[in-house]
Design a protein around this ligand. Structure first.
Ligand code: FEO
Length: 398
């Protein structure tokens, strides 16, 4: 017999009707989700009823069963799509089938995305504007601008009568929380929240700060994100936390910071990295020197917080080492433009890795500084001295 999936009441007229996905281990190809995730959806009921967000393809039965605990889905008047990424809209066709009377509301960019997701005629969708109000009769919804958090289409929805902010991906994280409320969940979830911020929102810090100001202007009683728990006790704490993380780069750094990330099979590329670091420090800049082999994705997030970047890779079979490709793949082509960068490495035969890394950095928009810090096998004393000089010249140009 199928387990019963019950709706959970959050406030008078507001229910959680989402889906839990505890078995997910990788989200969107790039994020580790050690404990799985949840796709949160919410019902708001006045005289009319709105469903806020949907769920990923394959999870509609679970969510619609929860909806049916509160209302016959065919009686739903609106489906609000805060953001059209398929973890929230993959089950769109199932929901349209179950809620044939619902008008879909989304931002202007969201309408375009929904049409591309639906890919057939007959989608009842309307673009709503920031500040627009939808009266549900005794309850209402207001739409709050939140572009690039983390897609151009993203918005938030606020229900003033319940003080509930449906914040979409912002303020959430990947954790299926059966208890639903953050104040009933384990405190070690803090690390998962920061990881989620770093991977998803760190490239969009200025948009996070704009959203924080908009949220502060609202009489928020609870924050209901689209992943993870609902914040009902001290909901503004997570807003403060986001503001702090988004402002980290603004804290005045006494010195420029150069991130030097490398992998090294036999210690030769590491020796070049160390010599480069000495040169950078001799020019008065700080260095974050890291072997990126174990956690290249996390290291990339740290690298993006620095003022400049040096990347070291040996060459294996005429190619860059896989962790370095992973590291490079996690650098943002949006936020890192115009930062200075360079590449270096030891090699055994032909040494293609350095030009390949340089090419990738340039394609991301970095201001590439040719370094000529390459050597065959173990770096000589002269190679190391050249690397120190190159590090100093690199840092002096910052
Ligand atoms: Fe949870 Fe951007 O989707």
């Amino acid at each position: 017999m199928q387990p019963m999936h019950e709706a959970k009441q959050i406030a008078q007229g507001v229910w959680w009707v989402g889906a839990l996905d505890p078995d997910l281990r990788i989200f969107d190809v790039v994020m580790q989700t050690q404990h799985g995730t949840s796709y949160n959806a919410y019902l708001v009921r006045g005289k009319k009823t709105a469903l806020i967000d949907m769920v990923k393809d394959g999870f509609s039965a679970q969510a619609l069963q929860r909806v049916a605990c509160v209302i016959d889905p065919s009686l739903i008047d609106y489906i609000v799509v805060n953001h059209a990424e398929p973890d929230h809209t993959g089950a769109l066709r199932d929901f349209i089938g179950a809620c044939p009377n619902a008008e879909i509301l989304a931002s202007r960019a969201g309408v375009g995305n929904l049409q591309n997701l639906f890919n057939q005629d007959g989608l009842r969708v309307r673009a709503v504007k920031p500040g627009e109000n939808v009266d549900l009769g005794g309850m209402s919804l207001q739409f709050v601008e939140a572009p690039f958090l983390h897609w151009p289409d993203s918005m938030m929805t606020f229900c003033p009568e319940a003080g509930a902010l449906f914040s979409c991906d912002v303020f959430g994280f990947h954790q299926p929380v059966p208890e639903l409320f953050a104040d009933e969940s384990a405190s070690e979830l803090e690390a998962a929240k920061k990881y989620y911020f770093d991977v998803i929102f760190a490239p969009f810090k200025k948009y996070v700060l704009s959203a924080v100001q908009r949220v502060r202007a609202l009489p928020v009683v609870s924050i209901c994100p689209s992943h993870g728990p609902v914040y009902r006790r001290d909901p503004m704490a997570v807003v403060d936390q986001y503001e702090r993380w988004a402002r980290e780069d603004e804290c005045a750094r006494a010195k420029k910071l150069v991130y030097i990330g490398y992998v090294s099979a036999y210690g030769y590329t590491r020796a070049l990295a160390t010599a480069l670091a000495e040169g950078v420090r001799s020019a008065g800049a700080d260095v974050d020197l890291a072997d990126i082999a174990a956690q290249p994705d996390i290291c990339a997030v740290q690298a993006m917080g620095a003022d400049a970047l040096l990347v070291g890779s040996p060459t294996l079979n005429r190619d860059v080492l896989p962790p370095v490709w992973t590291f490079l793949a996690h650098l943002s082509g949006i936020t890192q433009r115009e930062k200075r960068a360079g590449a270096f490495g030891s090699y055994g035969w032909s040494g293609e890795a350095v030009p390949m890394v340089e090419q990738r950095l340039a394609s991301l928009g970095y201001k590439l500084q040719p370094m000529d810090v390459r050597c065959k096998l173990r770096p000589s004393a002269q190679d190391l001295e050249n690397a120190r000089q190159a590090g100093r010249v690199f840092a002096e140009a910052l």
